[in-house]
Design a protein around this ligand. Sequence first.
Ligand SMILES: NC(=O)c1ccc[n+]([C@@H]2O[C@H](COP(=O)([O-])OP(=O)(O)OC[C@H]3O[C@@H](n4cnc5c(N)ncnc54)[C@H](O)[C@@H]3O)[C@@H](O)[C@H]2O)c1
Length: 374
Amino acid sequence: MRKLKIVLVGTGSIAGYHVRPHADPGEVMFPHNEAEFTAVMDVDLGRAQAFAKKYEIPHVYSDALEMFSQETPDIVCIATPPAYHVDLSIRAMEAGAWVLCEKPLCVSLAELDRIAAVEEATGCYCSSVAQFRFGSVPQHLKQIVESNLMGRVLVGTCHSNWYRSQDYYEAEWRGTWEKELGGTTLNHGIHAMDMFLWTMGEWKEVQASIATLDHDIETEDISVATVVFENGALGSVLNSTLCPKQNTYVRYDFQEGTAWTEGAQYDMLKDKWHFHTLDCVDTKSRRQFSEVEGDDLTQHCTQLGNMIQDFHAKQRPLVSGIEARRTIEFISALYKSAATGVPVARGSIRKGDPFYDHVGGSFAQSYHKLSLVS
Ligand SMILES: NC(=O)c1ccc[n+]([C@@H]2O[C@H](COP(=O)([O-])OP(=O)(O)OC[C@H]3O[C@@H](n4cnc5c(N)ncnc54)[C@H](O)[C@@H]3O)[C@@H](O)[C@H]2O)c1
């Protein structure tokens, strides 16, 4: 198989994880002949040059379109602030590349429809970074839910108790509906929620509250929600940047067993997971539940490795299309419920609804008004 050419747009703080596991220049990203990063681009050329030097990437650009036309990449990784994601993703697909774009992939269901139309027209795919899904335990738990090995899943918990100081929000794009596109729900909790919603089974309805309790920002620094799933399970979701003792607590209670995380935050590796079963569970089922094969990194390198395989197989990558839509639709519904005070059902946000045009809907309207005048 030929070596794929990958380029990267945006060389800020997360970019290193796109090109090396743990962002460590000394590590190997791909098997020798699989793929290579041929170029990077940033509007800050000096930053792009320093990045390229650090990771030994040969070409540097300050214009994304020029990079796409000169490099003819197979895959474009995008790691800019959120407001640029959708346009860059579309331009990359129009240049003939598949896309792996940082979260949040876009601001709305309307933009997901734009992406779907370009996928259809170009034959390329656009995937959102959602690295938690690629861990061995999350993949395993999805199978446990689907197989009913521990009986029906009854209760799900997904709490991202994270902390960010006011300094973190000093970057001009953070904390704004216009450039970060949403608050902690869309930008931090999205990691665990994406994994949780993917594993638990299709969500049916969400009821939520949001607030900005302790940061000087436009968007929320906490959201809490209850979720009803199609399979009857109930879930509790919390997203926050207010919690000095940080963790990402995810838990699945089945009829006969529980799986939960301890000490997890930015990864979902095997050592973070615990399993418990009722005494009545037979030894074979207990083993099948708690002994997970492999321990894939819940990082960009695993997702990109999967995408390379999908590219060769010409098959849709996991976190694209309806698989990317599930999480964005859930977040739109969460914000809408917080705005209206009533539960919001999956499938109920359609064209003409402000929450179709922006996940933040009426919360983000001041931004829409500004955009209309300018
Ligand atoms: N997956 C994860 O674990 C994870 C973690 C942190 C951040 N992120 C996401 O990654 C993205 C970037 O976050 P960050 O913390 O690296 O931000 P950052 O501000 O450190 O870096 C952004 C970079 O993009 C460049 N840039 C801005 N506009 C550009 C444009 N139009 N074209 C090209 N380059 C442009 C900036 O000059 C900067 O170098 C965000 O969407 C964020 O939510 C993901």
